[in-house]
Design a protein around this ligand. Structure first.
Ligand code: GLY
Ligand code: MN
Ligand code: MN
Length: 446
């Protein structure tokens, strides 16, 4: 039976993209310019390319999804502050690869004030930048740095006498990333939808899982659901780890048969309109948790639920992580996997044998989204409304001789996506069960 197509949220408006560019320019000193290249195509083999994915910063400021574009922001310029260079209209190429926006399309559809096709770039770009004293660009982007170097040579050649000289360039990324850290309502609607699609996909995987299937067959169920719902595909490589494969944090081979009496850990999220979902669920292949699986699972679940409930303005990810470490360590001691006092096992870091990743990361256009986690070296960043994060504690029990047999090779992670709201938080991924009874009930309903 075909799943229902979920109603889709509206796209982000041209006006919102313009507001973002204005807000970025408002932070720049007089007579600065921004140079921000979009992504290009990457060769996969011979003349085939990897599926195109726009650069997230470029997309955040333009909404343009074509390869080989370049954004120039020129605050205060009378003929238009936003200029985009884009692929040339070319009927022959378009017959192969489809319609291109062209300069006219970029202006009409994306509210960009002036656009040129790339054929005009050499002639126009340095003219636009001439006289700007400071360039802001992503310093890790060779194309942007090369534009800045050309602008410097151009200024030094003294061809444009009377204009102020270019003094140098600075990194634009921290300014854009600070903006991207706080999501607008329209962005949250897209993240909510990416989360909803991801949740439906996880439910589907839970319902089809049974001994005899392979990990990749669950991957296929998930990714079928993503695309069926209008997502571009997975936001990151889907992880389906059954049995001890669940203890490999970035296991993406997905090649093993599901281990009959084991758990399967699925970490998978859809990318919808370039926004990422990121859900992990762990459930028994048989549909019923064993006693040892149940006990460990409940430790992770309790820690996860307490961490989610701690998400609110003013809280910090560092505190939330510390709470998780405390709860997991206490649980490990109760189950006999660690000995002694909770604080002693935290202090000597012996819990790290079973839990070695952090509890949260920002989520947005990138699955591990941009934005700093600290205000300075000592000060964790307090949460504010509009931030979106994951909460994903886990326990990974190695198959070592000193571990009781029943616990060996069990890997469990439970991951939700959470928005910080003025009142506290909203869980975006509540549509896929995580309580033991709910999981067992859903799996029984095949
Ligand atoms: N899926 C990657 C992560 O959970 O961080
Ligand atoms: Mn994940
Ligand atoms: Mn994650």
């Amino acid at each position: 039976m075909r799943p229902e197509m979920l109603p889709r949220p509206p796209a982000i408006s041209v006006a919102e993209y313009r507001q973002r560019r204005d807000a970025l320019m408002a932070q720049l000193p007089d007579n600065a310019a921004v140079v921000l290249p979009g992504a290009g195509l990457v060769t996969r083999s011979r003349d085939s390319e990897f599926a195109f994915r726009q650069n997230s910063d470029f997309y955040y400021l333009t909404g343009i999804r074509e390869p080989d574009a370049l954004l120039v922001l020129l605050p205060g310029r009378a003929e238009g502050e936003s200029v985009v260079f884009c692929q040339d209209r070319d009927p022959t190429m378009e017959a192969w690869t489809g319609r291109r926006l062209g300069a006219a399309g970029v202006m009409a559809e994306h509210g960009i004030e002036q656009a040129f096709e790339n054929a005009d770039r050499d002639e126009q770009l340095l003219t636009l930048l001439a006289g700007r004293e400071l360039l802001y660009l992503p310093l890790d982007n060779p194309e942007a740095v090369s534009v800045a170097e050309d602008a410097l040579s151009d200024a030094q050649a003294g061809l444009r006498r009377g204009r102020p000289p270019l003094k140098g360039w600075l990194d634009i990324s921290p300014l854009i990333h600070a903006m991207r850290l706080i999501k607008s309502d329209a962005e949250i609607a897209l993240l909510r939808h990416a989360a909803l699609i991801s949740a439906h996909a996880h439910r589907r995987a839970m319902q089809v899982a049974r001994p005899g299937l392979y990990e990749f067959q669950l991957q296929a169920e998930l990714e079928h659901e993503f695309v069926w719902q209008g997502a571009s595909g997975p936001a990151y490589s889907t992880i389906v780890g059954s049995g001890a494969n669940a203890c490999v944090l970035h296991y993406i081979e997905n090649s093993a048969p599901l281990s009959e009496n084991g758990l399967v850990l699925i970490d998978a999220g859809a990318e919808f309109e370039l926004y990422a979902g990121d859900i992990t669920r762990t459930f028994p292949v048989s549909g019923r948790f064993s006693d040892a699986q149940r006990a460990l699972y409940q430790v992770v679940l309790n820690a996860q639920q307490r961490a989610v409930s701690a998400v609110q303005p003013g809280a910090t990810l560092a505190d939330i992580h510390q709470g998780v470490v405390n709860d997991l360590t206490a649980g490990l001691i109760e189950l006999g996997l660690l000995e002694g006092e909770v604080q002693a096992r935290i202090d000597d870091e012996s819990y790290r044998r079973f839990y070695l990743h952090s509890t949260s990361h920002w989520l947005g256009l990138d699955v591990h989204d941009v934005g700093t986690y600290r205000l300075d070296e000592q000060t964790p960043r307090p949460l504010v409304a509009g931030m979106v994060l994951t909460v994903e504690p886990g326990l990974y029990i190695p198959s070592d001789d000193d571990i009781p047999d029943a616990y060996q090779g069990i890997g469990i992670r439970i991951e939700d996506n959470v928005v910080v709201t003025h009142e506290g938080h909203e869980v975006l991924t509540a549509d896929v069960p995580k309580q033991i009874v709910e999981i067992e009930a859903l799996m029984a309903k095949k």
